[in-house]
Write a new protein. Structure first.
Length: 279
């Protein structure tokens, strides 16, 4: 229950695609933390100690320690803020490497995370690297804000000796970006997550629409392992499953263990009454 006037806190993990001590992208993130709306905490995550991506390094003991650390940070955070340079018309290797590590596994902390991106570069102002970054993030179901675009052309002309941002127009864009991210996070948090696990087209396409109208944010899948991984992440409020997935799997036990409500159905008709019965 939120009291009138009370500010709900939101937390954002920021990552810079540059390891340089005097990086303009890291300086942009520092400035963003200063202009973040009240109640939003922006924390810079360290990705410079990630090994180069190699799935052999992910063994039975889990991820390499630096990767496991940031996966945990991101899982607990409400949103993601990225700043990328542009190198040879694309996203920096440092940031791409981090995204590759964070994207693996059915329990990727990137999935459905609200995010905002920006970049400080040379003559092109990171237009192409941000385009490449959007493609990689969209592939991982990250919810990236479309506007405002923050493209810092010839980065060195907008900062002073101490790496403070000196350009009011860019500062205003950053403020708007952070407010937009805050709104996206609050919207995301206000909607409960539901997973529809089914193989028939009628259920896969019919039920999500009803669930959206009932106020849920929905993912529909026919992959039982993927659905189980979503439940294990602890973020799913409701699982709607066709009977065969429950009969042959342990997903109903997982639903009980994770406190996820379970509705078993093989028909769209009458579903809302069934849903009302368990609310
Ligand atoms: C190898 C290399 C390639 C670059 N390629 C581009 C480019 O394609 N487009 C661009 O806008 N800037 C390019 N730049 C400029 C960088 O994006 C710019 O120096 C930026 O400030 C680096 O980010 P940082 O200050 O956060 O370290 C390049 C710089 C280097 C060193």
């Amino acid at each position: 229950m939120v009291n009138k006037g009370e500010i709900i806190e939101t937390s954002v993990i920021a990552m810079s695609g540059s390891l340089r001590r005097k990086s303009y992208n890291t300086a942009l993130l520092r400035h963003a933390a200063l202009v973040a709306p009240a109640g939003m905490k922006v924390e810079l995550a360290e990705i410079g100690d990630f090994p180069l991506f190699n799935s052999d390094l992910h063994d039975e003991d889990g991820y390499p320690e630096p990767v496991a650390r940031v996966r945990r940070q991101l899982l607990e955070a409400d949103g993601l803020l990225l700043a990328t340079p542009e190198y040879n018309r694309s996203v920096s290797g440092v940031l791409k490497n981090a995204i590759d590590w964070l994207s693996t596994g059915g329990d990727s902390p990137l999935t459905r995370k609200p995010a905002a991106i920006m970049g400080a570069g040379g003559r092109l102002g990171t237009a192409q690297s941000q385009g490449a970054l959007r493609i990689a993030l969209a592939h991982n179901d990250v919810q990236v804000l479309v506007r405002p675009e923050v493209l810092v052309v010839n980065a060195w002309t907008h900062f002073d000796e101490d790496m403070n941002l000196t350009d009011d127009r860019i500062a205003e864009q950053l403020r708007r970006l952070l407010f937009g991210l805050d709104g996206q996070i609050r919207l995301h948090k206000s909607r409960l997550q539901a997973v529809v696990l089914a193989s028939s087209d009628a259920i896969l396409t019919g039920l999500p629409r009803l669930l959206y109208e009932a106020g849920y944010e929905v993912t529909a899948t026919s992959d039982g392992d993927w659905a189980a991984a979503q439940l294990e992440s602890g973020n799913v409020a409701l699982l709607v499953s066709e009977p065969q997935f429950v009969e042959f799997g342990s997903i109903n036990e997982l639903a009980t263990a994770t406190g996820t409500k379970l509705v078993v159905t093989d028909a769209v008709a009458g579903f809302l009454d069934q849903l009302d019965g368990i609310r």
